[in-house]
Design a protein around this ligand. Sequence first.
Ligand code: PEP
Ligand code: MG
Length: 756
Amino acid sequence: MLNYLRSIVQEVNAARDLQSALNIIVQRVKSVMVTEVCSAYLRDGQGNFVLMATDGLNQSSVGQVTLALGEGLVGYVAQREEPINLEQATAHPKYQYFEATGEERYSSFMGVPIIHQRQVLGVLVVQQVERRRFDEGEEAFLVTMSAQLAGVIAHAEATGALKVMGQKARSARFKGVAGSPGVAIGRAVVMSPAADLRSVPFRACTDVDAELAFFNRCLASARNDIKELGKQLEARLNAQEQALFDAYLSMLDDASLGGEVVERIRNGMGAAYAWSEVILEHERNFSSMNDAYLRERAADIRDLGRRVLAYLQESTQKSRVFPENAILLGEELTASMLGEVPKERLAGMVSVQGSSNSHVAILARAMGIPTVMGAVDMPFTQLEGRELIVDGYRGNVYCDPREDLRQHFEAICAEEQELVKGLEALKDLPCETTDKHRVPLWVNTGLMADVVRSLERGAEGVGLYRTEIPFLLRERFPSEEEQRLTYREQLEAFAPKTVTMRTLDIGGDKSLPYFPIDEENPFLGWRGIRVTLDHPEIFLAQVRAMLKASEGLNNMRIMLPMISSVGELDASKALIYRAHQELVEEGYQIEVPPIGVMIEVPAAVYQARELAARSDFLSVGSNDLTQYLLAVDRNNPQVADLYQAFHPAVLRALHQIVRDGHSQGASVGICGELAGDPAAAVLLMAMGYDVLSMNATNLPKVKKVIRSITLEQAEDLLDQVMVQEDVEAVLQCLDKGLESAGLSRLVSGPPTDLTE
Ligand code: PEP
Ligand code: MG
């Protein structure tokens, strides 16, 4: 069964469009289940279920038979959201007869809903003349099939919407997760990792002869490489292995892969896209073969594909020109991709993978770039050069927007700019409540670009300098001296204000290209302090660089990420003291800086007291703390709705940390993204947090909100919030409280939703 499932899903994945995908589904399911009918119904824009494909019913009824939710057996399956398996369908009160389908001959009926992200997309039905109940195994097969196909259908629907769109001039909307607030309107630029066959953007070719000549040049270069490699390995390979090189070479011929690509180019397709399409098709064919030897050839095809693709992309990558208002689009955007785009051209970003607390989203917020994450159904390779609107408030992306939609979002952009201008006046005013309670607002940084923005916005210090970001932008570990220069720049830029330097926090979703960490479960694996304690040479070099950089400035604190026991803290402190001692012996005049601990894992919450007693400050990393308390991967869009920073469990942990930290005389701050949420900032202040550290973009809004209320009001609100039992009640309570203080617009952002 598993083989059938796999091969059907693979075939469906390879289908050119939604209709062919559905046709494959009904034909293959009918044949595997040996039934007489298999049909697929999909929900249309009005919420009705339309017969879209059938093998067994009259073909003329496709597109003609439509049922509302709850109507007929199909509508009933959709309404109940569970399978219905009937021996005699006609006897069921919901049975409805459609003459066009010729279905009176079928007695047995089994329908299962096709559900994607809690939405019923359609219903898959099998029918049979013989009166019998489909057995448990058959039911389980259809349910499995439908669950597997739901994502593929959703994806094909999204791609289909895009194709139809051109003709009907209507916008297509793709849903994702709000990554960084703001609205961007611009042109899509697809970012793909080098030689990645699956993310080659579609481009049409305008000059067929030139494109063919270019393609042939690239093929020739790849051929040379393969010959060269064959020669180098000649002595070590047997005749059979040598033959593989010849097979490779012949695959590039006109009569083989090369020929298929040439045909596509002649039809107006760009060479790189045409090549990737042909290779992926062959790779799929080989992977679905029953013979193990042939299946393994898929890897050869892929390898060959990458070699040629590297040549095809070489010149385009080098000469890449970014349009004004570029919107970066990619399967998985990374910090280094951001670095490729001139800052003034970058308007927005959309990533298929990742969620609101992925590190690229955090960077985007720091830079003030509207971003949508986790747009899982977006066919990004098809969007190169298309006009996009990125709604970073609600997590929506609109492609080729209608005029009224564009005007709506342009108005929001203009309004936002006004709001930001209004907030600029706050820059030099203290962050204090109307009854004079002071809360220092600090910033989180990582890039040099953050420094200017932070100072312009009135940051009073740096609560988190993510040292891994400069590491991520390199091709090897930076030397001690290179690090010293980078850190010095940060410290000088903010002096005499405090800069909190966090030791290297890699692992999780931050892996260095030159130090890959490959794990099944990276967020529960080797990350943060666990890596650096295992590599004291890396830790010591970094701490030495930090200490040297602080000489004469004395505005630095050192902070340790991912601490989950006092032993880790003690070991880290011992290394810091050792580095300090060595430097003093070398003649540097440096004080031991304050040392602090990030509270990011539940173990640290319950040991906040002990950790505080051994350190100078605590700082809550609420991004990780939320993921670990709620067991929700911060990077996974599938569970983005469950990542609830206002969950009562998170709020209680936050409250306990500040009480326990203060009981030991430590200062307690927070540097997770939560601190930059104006509503959360009010609660955190009321809990007693000494410092709120956030992205520079949100700082003025937080200041405005805090300057508009009294500490007493904030404490009342906290009292009301802390007795709520679920996140919805917390949010309602907050909305009400802040609305009565006239702050709702600042807290929730503009109303970008538009009925379409
Ligand atoms: C956090 O986890 O809240 C935090 C500030 O660290 P990072 O987001 O870099 O993991
Ligand atoms: Mg963290």
